[in-house]
Design a protein. Structure first.
Length: 254
């Protein structure tokens, strides 16, 4: 199993590296630096287990969602960096895009790209059938089930990882909005259940990978510097930034 993991890790690293070079983007560090999801993720629920019964119950809950919840879920199907940032802009209170907030945008883009390879490895390792496959339904978002399947499987959810990681990052950028931001990140993951593209346990597993990845990012000096730049950029954009005064205090004569 370890040999298979290392082979998949190498293949995914090559693919992601080629994609990053083509898009002129980088990651904070390679997937080999991240903890192996197989060591901490729960196993995929067996079809006779209570956990799978809950997954099925949540699937039918999702099918009942209409109006605003369904509309938001369809919008949340977009997972490219610009769409992801736009979807979280209201929660942060400022518009996030490469032009007006390049530091915050880079923070999110590079962080998500850093964690993506490990999710792909877990997907290929588990190869779980998507809800839409099992029940032979078409996601309301119009997403291709075949294309989703090519990523390797339903477990864990890439969308849930990206949404929860983005929420953790932005809650650090703007702690005053942490409740709103985290709720947005939670809803972004639940959108996959509403659309029938992931089981509830897939979404939960995606969030766990986001938490593990976020913890590992905190040990990277380049990430920490980027976070400082992102916080400064937010404070300047919202008129809260105060220039640091590094001038030593003048000692008064006695």
């Amino acid at each position: 199993m370890k040999r298979i993991f290392l082979i998949l890790l190498g293949l995914v690293a090559i693919a992601v590296g080629a994609q990053a070079q083509e898009a002129d983007t980088t990651v904070y560090f390679g997937a080999e630096c991240l903890p192996d999801p197989a060591t901490y993720l729960p196993v995929v629920p067996d079809s006779t287990s209570d956990a799978f019964y809950y997954d099925v119950t949540q699937y039918f809950w999702g099918r009942k969602q209409k109006n605003a919840a369904l509309t938001q879920a369809i919008a949340d199907a977009q997972r490219d960096s610009e769409s992801l940032c736009a979807l979280f802009s209201e929660a942060l209170t400022i518009d996030i895009n490469p032009d007006s907030t390049p530091e915050i945008y880079e923070l999110i883009d590079k962080s998500v790209r850093t964690i993506e390879p490990i999710v792909l490895i877990a997907k290929h390792d588990n190869g779980r059938t998507l809800p839409a496959e099992r029940f032979r339904t078409v996601p309301p978002s119009g997403e291709s089930v075949a294309a989703l399947r090519q990523q390797g499987g339903s477990y864990p959810s890439m969308h849930a990882m990206a949404g929860w990681l983005t929420a953790l990052l932005l809650a650090e950028v703007n702690p005053a909005q942490q409740n709103v931001i985290l709720k947005r990140g939670y809803d972004y993951g639940q959108s996959r259940v509403i659309l029938g593209t992931n089981w509830q346990s897939d979404v939960t597993a995606g969030r766990l990978i986001a938490c593990a990845g976020y913890a590992r990012l905190q040990a990277d000096p380049i990430f920490l510097q980027q976070m400082r730049l992102a916080v400064k950029e937010f404070l300047i954009a919202t008129g809260q930034y105060v220039e640091d005064d590094d001038t030593p205090p003048v000692e008064e004569d006695e």
